[in-house]
Design a protein around this ligand. Structure first.
Ligand code: NAD
Length: 239
């Protein structure tokens, strides 16, 4: 087997990696995100229909990040893997929380946006956001100032960084998917892309995901236990 230090590794994470930190997933709650239907809080149509609810929902999610939520061993393990691999490593996350960054990850792309960011509906510029926003919030980039919305890629919208992700998948020797149900596209299609370009593909999840059979290998269990062990073995192969 080729030495790991010569390998390019792409990791995809989903809500499952943050579950043990206390952030709810969708699939483990009957398709509800913190008691809300996706159709009511995570689509452009929901925002048009009931902007107050959508603003409130993301204000609550943002506040949660400033409560007692902490990264768990799986987040720290990925930061450690990045340290070992440097620019051969890329973390792509569907998560909108900031737990990867808080664990030390730097080479990270948030394909579905970030809770700690706002988006100007007119200029499409993005801003750091830590407090609440509502229907009266306005940007600082336009004259006159324009409405802003949560910088979240809703269902039906085009995820961020697709070109960079596609390029990384084409060059990947190993693709690891962690804590994602394989329901949400295009992320759910990355394993096939990685397989097509010849990568070794591995799933680490609580249970087989929707597209679990597309992976060449899998380990099942809680991310906080499985991921640190898996990463330690991988790093041992580096040396
Ligand atoms: P999902 O909710 O559809 O699936 C979660 C997956 O994680 C499931 O397969 C489940 O079996 C697995 N899982 C649950 N607990 C786990 C654990 N302790 N260890 C390992 N795996 C575990 O999540 P998704 O596939 O990421 O898609 C949901 C979408 O919702 C994403 O687009 C994301 O942006 C958004 N979302 C984000 C957050 C967050 O940022 N933390 C939370 C909820 C939803």
């Amino acid at each position: 087997m080729q030495k790991m230090q010569k390998k390019n590794i792409v990791v995809l994470t989903g809500a499952g990696i943050s579950a043990e930190s206390g952030l709810g997933t969708f699939r483990d709650n009957n398709g509800l995100w913190e008691k809300h239907r996706v159709e009511d809080v995570a689509t452009p149509e929901a925002f048009e229909r009931n902007p107050e609810l959508v603003y409130r929902f993301y204000n609550e999610r943002r506040k949660q990040l400033f409560s007692d939520i902490e990264p768990n061993p799986a987040h720290y393990a990925l930061a450690k893997l990045e340290q070992a691999l440097g620019e051969r490593f890329l973390l792509v996350t569907q998560n909108v929380d900031n737990l990867h960054e808080r664990a030390g990850s730097k080479r990270i792309l948030h394909m579905h946006g970030e809770l700690l960011s706002a988006f100007c509906c007119y200029s499409e510029k993005r801003f750091v956001l830590t407090g609440d926003i509502d229907v009266n919030s306005r940007c600082e980039c336009c004259t006159p100032a324009q409405p802003v919305r949560p910088d979240i890629v809703w269902f039906g919208e085009m995820p961020y960084h697709m070109e960079s992700i596609s390029k990384a998948l084409q060059q990947a020797d190993v693709f690891i998917s962690i804590g994602t149900s394989g329901n949400v596209y295009p992320a759910a299609g990355f394993v096939r892309e990685a397989n097509f370009y010849g990568a070794q593909t591995i799933e680490l999840n609580l249970e087989p995901s929707e597209n679990g059979t597309d992976f060449q290998a899998a380990e099942y269990g809680k991310a906080g236990e499985v991921v640190p062990r898996f990463v330690d073995n991988l790093i041992a192969e580096l040396n």
